[in-house]
Design a protein around this ligand. Structure first.
Ligand SMILES: *Cc1c(COP(=O)(O)O)cnc(C)c1O
Ligand code: SF4
Length: 335
């Protein structure tokens, strides 16, 4: 790697004193990096930098540990749970917000833990969506994925299952015909959604898009979550291109996340004021379908809130007062 990439001083310094999330870059991503471009968007997301060793922020700003009902189940919102199916990924994103868990000691889920999760869902009818996440669920074996999808489905016919993954980008070859047969069968038994994590148009390679198409052709809707990252996608031109191309590939831009206050990610964070400027510009350029929701997961487990320019400027018992996107005033009767 060192010979191909000509490491910068900051990258070299991390290698001399590696800490936090381990280094892992899959071959397809590594091949995407332009070795002569120190600001390559893939390089910035996957090659570690010594600034990660800054330990000033929290390891768990979303207080996920507090909201965990077991080692692998986070029940933060009443109607949906996150199931941490494994701590492994095909590549480790330097901005990973779950680094207290990712690539640590939990490993892959066992059949017993899947059975326990199924029992939890049986006992909690109020939960009607499960995020199969981690880590990356597609690092699990075909057999374990099949066991998980069928076991959860058997207990709860109504469950919406979100398959959360970055494998379409980091290892699109994972979606073999055998695996897609398992997915097809599971999707016949109940609704599956594919949740991808594209951050930059460079990641939309033909192989990657073909692996998404293997899902959408089965009638599985696909949604994308992007993380706003300094030096990667913190400008309206890049995000406009990304969202337009995602939508054309049948992937609905869902969230644009403000980078969480996680240890080791400060150098990748974009100031909120700049994020809001970008959101405003994107709203001018993108259709409603192509527009993601700029969202912050509030510290200390405050939960997700949507960030957007405020148009409601005042309200009383009679009138709500708005500014139009052009800055004019409009009134709307309260009743
Ligand atoms: C973000 C998140 C969800 C899903 O939230 P949506 O707004 O429905 O996408 C569920 N559980 C946890 C713990 C989350 O962080
Ligand atoms: S794929 Fe997700 S869980 Fe894995 S390192 Fe990236 S952000 Fe973290």
């Amino acid at each position: 790697m060192e010979t191909k990439l000509h490491l910068t001083d900051r990258e070299k310094a991390w290698f001399e004193n590696p800490s936090g999330l381990p280094l892992l870059i899959s071959r397809p991503l590594f091949d995407l990096i332009d070795p002569d471009d120190m600001n390559d968007p893939v390089r910035k997301q996957f090659v570690p930098d010594v600034r990660e060793n800054d330990k000033s922020a929290s390891l768990d700003p979303l207080a996920e540990t507090e909201h965990s009902v077991s080692k692998r189940i986070i029940h933060r919102y009443e109607h949906r749970i996150a199931f941490l199916t494994t701590d492994r990924c095909f590549s480790y994103c330097r901005h990973c917000f779950r680094r207290r868990f990712t690539a640590k000691e939990s490993g892959a889920v066992t059949e017993r833990e899947i059975d326990e999760a199924a029992s939890y869902l049986e006992a909690h009818e109020e939960v009607y969506e499960v995020l199969l996440t981690g880590g990356d669920m597609f690092t699990l074996s075909d057999r374990m994925i099949e066991y998980m999808l069928s076991t959860l489905r058997r207990k709860r016919k109504d469950l919406v299952l979100r398959l959360c993954t970055r494998a379409n980008i980091s290892f699109p070859q994972r979606f073999t015909p055998e695996l897609m047969q398992i997915i097809e069968k599971a999707n016949e038994e109940g609704p599956l959604y594919l949740m991808t994590h594209y951050n930059h148009p460079a990641e939309l390679t033909p192989e990657s898009l073909a692996s998404v198409k293997a899902f959408t052709r089965l009638g599985i809707a696909c949604f994308n979550q992007t993380v706003l990252l300094r030096g990667v996608n913190d400008n309206a031109d890049t995000l406009e291109k990304l969202c337009v191309r995602l939508l054309a590939s049948r992937i609905k831009p869902y969230y644009l996340f403000q980078c969480d206050l996680v240890e080791g990610t400060a150098h990748l964070r974009v100031p909120l004021a700049k994020g809001l400027e970008i959101e405003k510009e994107l709203r001018k350029r993108l259709s409603g379908l192509a527009m993601p929701q700029y969202t912050i997961d509030l510290p200390e487990g405050g939960g997700k809130v949507i960030l957007t320019e405020q148009h409601l400027i005042s309200r009383d018992d009679e009138t709500f007062t708005f500014t139009t996107p052009e800055g004019e005033i409009r009134h709307y009767p309260a009743n």
